[in-house]
Design a binder for this molecule. Sequence first.
Ligand code: ATP
Length: 238
Amino acid sequence: MLELKYVEKSFGQSRPILHVRDLRIPSGEIVGVLGENGSGKTTLLKAIMGLGEVKYRDIAINGRPVQEQYDQLAFITEEGSYIPKLTPLQYADFLAAFYPRFDLVYYNKLLKFYELEPNKRIRTFSRGQKSKLEISAGMAKGAKYILMDEPFLGKDMFTRRDFLKLMIGNLKGDETILIVTHHLDEIETVIDRALIMSRGRIEADFYMDDLREQGKDLTAIMAEKAGYKPDRYKTVLE
Ligand SMILES: Nc1ncnc2c1ncn2[C@@H]1O[C@H](COP(=O)(O)OP(=O)(O)OP(=O)(O)O)[C@@H](O)[C@H]1O
């Protein structure tokens, strides 16, 4: 169970960019973290990871502070958590030392699948290759809590589909996954639960089965929660 009792982040005197209270995510859930640009999704994931300063932070995994159990967490981000001066194979040694459940066989399979050169320095990889390495490392850590910030960014449709299939296919069932994305149609059938963020708060929190029972889909509920006005663009053209 990942439990955010209270987390708040703000810059100066302005309105908090993150303000979340009493959010509980039981083990094994795949949760989509959704919302408009600037709604606080990345800030939420970073707060869980303990990255960046926050005003208040009371977050626990199974009742113990997150900072005591970073080996349980993997953060997959476009910014990259790899060590650029290392090669993928050297990086594997580092990962194996830090993550007790690191799966070298799976990591090597992913490197091969993504056609990543194991003995080339990561810093010399293209943006897309670095991103694939980030995913390979993140998925092979054997972490129980996997936080993904826009894992689809800059990836073509087939790479996105493969990634989802690979991710689902390798889960053991007790992993908790938080996935920030704007690709609603692609994750709609993958996630169990959705959080919709707005202005740093969780505006909606629901299970996909309940949404389907109501005959709604993610796009409709997002538009509803965001107060999307289909004609607003016309104010620019007038
Ligand atoms: N250094 C900063 N100073 C002031 N405001 C900041 C700073 N960094 C982020 N913010 C603000 O925090 C808010 C939340 O940003 P965040 O990156 O979490 O949004 P997001 O939901 O991930 O957006 P996107 O979908 O565009 O990636 C934004 O309104 C952003 O302007």
